[in-house]
Design a protein around this ligand. Structure first.
Ligand code: ZN
Ligand code: ZN
Length: 142
């Protein structure tokens, strides 16, 4: 596993079309796999895998005007590129003291690995949880 990102060694990230670019300059605080129905619909896959960094460890380099935000009635925001559809950010984007970043949007090793699974009680029928030894929560972890 790579060292955690820092201001000396920033980690780059981008959407599929490359219109949105950002960098991470602080270590991720935590990371998880979310299997909830909202993340599943948004991604078209099992759900989403995200990590959280402090706001001052995140910098949007370009493409702010391309980012659209969808706020489900009962869940965290989903921020995505309006050109290519890439899922990019969550949590309270663009507010909040932590940025939730989809790990799939990163261009390198985040220096952290997902630590638990959330919302496993509402996972898809075809979603076979991996035997990875990580804690599983029926709903959110907190
Ligand atoms: Zn894009
Ligand atoms: Zn979710």
């Amino acid at each position: 596993m790579a060292d955690a990102p820092s201001s000396e060694h920033p980690l780059q990230g981008s959407c599929l079309c490359g219109g949105v670019r950002f960098e991470v300059t602080a270590p991720f605080r935590w990371a998880n796999h979310c299997h909830c129905s909202r993340c599943r619909k948004h991604s078209g896959a099992f759900g989403e895998t995200q990590g959280r960094v402090p706001r001052d460890g995140f910098r949007l380099l370009q493409g702010e005007e391309l980012i659209r935000v969808y706020r489900p009635d009962d869940g965290r925001v989903k921020a995505f590129c309006s050109v290519c559809g890439s899922s990019l950010f969550g949590n309270e984007w663009p507010e909040g003291d932590e940025i939730g970043i989809r790990l799939g949007a990163l261009d390198g090793d985040p220096g952290i690995r997902p630590q638990f699974h959330t919302f496993v009680a509402s996972r898809a029928p075809w979603d076979e949880l991996p035997d990875d030894g990580l804690p599983r929560y029926d709903e959110g972890a907190t």
